[in-house]
Write a protein that binds this ligand. Structure first.
Ligand code: F6R
Length: 367
């Protein structure tokens, strides 16, 4: 049932190209310049009236929402907030009938996320669920459901569900952009074309897993490490950090690269590994100066970036992992795969139960 893989997690990491294709299938027109989402029970008028969006979820699904915010704000220019589901209700969120609440849940059964859905509906908002389980409680109660077609996810650490959520957010962002005319047809076509290359680009990363395994074995001897990045790279850093903690039990923190010098830099000592996500051209120079700050304190830095920035980065870091070139908006769907593999191999090197990490359950139905 593990299809020849040692663990479900590794199998599921390898199923991502298929999950991307399945989640995209049938959701764009033949010309490749329009997204079609008939499952959204929102009229054009309702979409045009959306004033704000709240994305609510837990754990990895929350982290997917961070990327979702970046996508939607860039594509549609509607203000988006991210909320942890267990916090949402208690902060008395400002929800109106012009708010779109998006709940994200692989299982569709997470108690706090379900409660957030009900909170949104009680305030008159349309609640759109992004979920992997069609018959789940969240899918049944939501006003609209955008299904991710990742297939069953068995490993406790979520991988293909997260990346399929990124695909779903991209499709949703493009659809909202069409209705609200915030992106031109050629722009949409360009993004859709780039999305269709993602599955084979993931394969390119998977083919380099030995490089990540070797790096994982290097970091497995450390007690603490850091992930840094800016913008969407920061969102991915948060997911990479969660994945690593969850299954390898190595303590790590994700920091917005520019925030380090406001305190955390004190924790960087000789040899501490820092994984720097540096895929965003527009802030690359800034990220590089943050990398130099940690290098100056003795950190051992691995940068994840594109080929075109490799040589540049090699001047300031110890190692570079190259991911295939895509649009800045879509890099998360590639860079995160390298961090999933890193977490997997670190857990393996430490001899932990990769698929069933201690103290965690696949579906959390208590608040
Ligand atoms: C981490 C992980 C958890 C879940 C979280 C939400 O790898 O799997 O953080 O993402 O418990 O679960 P769902 O998405 O089922 O609501």
């Amino acid at each position: 049932e593990k299809g020849g893989y040692e663990h479900f997690m590794l199998k599921e990491i390898h199923e991502q190209p298929k999950a991307y294709r399945d989640t995209m299938r049938g959701r764009m027109n033949a010309e490749g310049n329009k997204v079609i989402l008939p499952e959204l029970n929102l009229t054009e008028e309702q979409i045009k009236n959306i004033r704000n969006i709240q994305i609510v979820a837990c754990g990895t699904a929350y982290n997917a929402g961070l990327v979702g915010r970046n996508l939607i704000e860039s594509l549609v220019r509607i203000p988006v907030e991210n909320d942890i589901a267990s916090e949402y209700r208690y902060r008395a969120p400002i929800v109106t009938p012009e708010t779109l609440v998006i709940v994200v849940s692989q299982s569709g059964e997470t108690a706090d996320t379900l409660a957030a859905l009900r909170e949104g509906q009680a305030n008159g908002a349309h609640v759109l669920a992004i979920t992997n389980v069609v018959g789940s409680s969240i899918a049944r109660e939501a006003n609209s459901v955008l299904v991710t077609l990742a297939g069953p996810e068995i490993a406790v650490a979520s991988t293909k569900a997260y990346t399929s959520q990124l695909i779903a957010f991209t499709l949703l962002g493009l659809y909202l952009a069409e209705v609200r005319s915030t992106q031109s047809e050629p722009e949409v076509a360009k993004i859709l074309a780039a999305m269709q290359s993602l599955p084979e680009q993931v394969e390119v990363i998977l083919a380099q897993k030995d490089v990540l395994k070797a790096y994982a074995e290097q970091i497995a001897v450390h007690k603490h490490l850091f992930f840094i990045g800016r913008g969407v790279d920061y969102a991915v850093a948060q997911e990479g950090s969660l994945k690593l903690k969850e299954i390898s039990y190595i303590h790590s923190e994700a920091y917005a690269a520019g925030e380090l010098k406001h305190g955390t830099l004190a924790l960087i000592e000789e040899g501490v590994p820092v994984i720097a996500l540096a895929t965003q051209e527009s802030v690359l120079e800034k990220t590089v100066s943050n990398i130099k700050e940690v290098k100056a304190r003795g950190a051992h830095v691995l940068a994840v970036t594109h080929e075109e920035h490799k040589d540049d980065l090699l001047r300031s870091v110890d190692q570079v992992f190259v991911i295939p070139q895509t649009l800045p908006l879509l890099t998360a769907a590639l860079s995160v795969v390298s961090l999933q593999l890193l977490a997997y191999y670190a857990s393996l090197a430490l001899g932990h139960d990769v698929d069933k990490p201690r103290n965690l359950a696949k579906s959390v139905t208590v608040e």
